[in-house]
Design a protein around this ligand. Structure first.
Ligand SMILES: [Zn+2]
Length: 79
């Protein structure tokens, strides 16, 4: 399930468009964030990344984390 901004990002990963109401857009923003870069580099759920997930997805943060990993791959051209 994607919105127009998600489709723009799939067509052009450099696209900075974000739809604030879209969970995938929130995940995509997180996938570009320093918090995720830190967590990815540490291969761990860092406190900063977890709080960012909770801020974006509340109780659905685990699902959000899966979306972040998905978008990380898409943005790197592996999705
Ligand atoms: Zn979206």
């Amino acid at each position: 399930m994607t919105c127009e901004a998600c489709q723009a990002a799939i067509d052009n990963p450099a696209s900075g468009r974000v739809n604030a109401a879209c969970p995938d857009c929130k995940a995509r923003s997180l996938a570009k964030s320093p918090a995720w870069a830190d967590a990815r580099a540490a291969n761990a759920m860092t406190p900063g990344y977890r709080s960012a997930l909770r801020a974006a997805f509340d109780k659905d943060w685990r699902e959000g984390h899966e979306k972040v990993k998905h978008w990380d791959a898409v943005l790197k051209g592996q999705g």
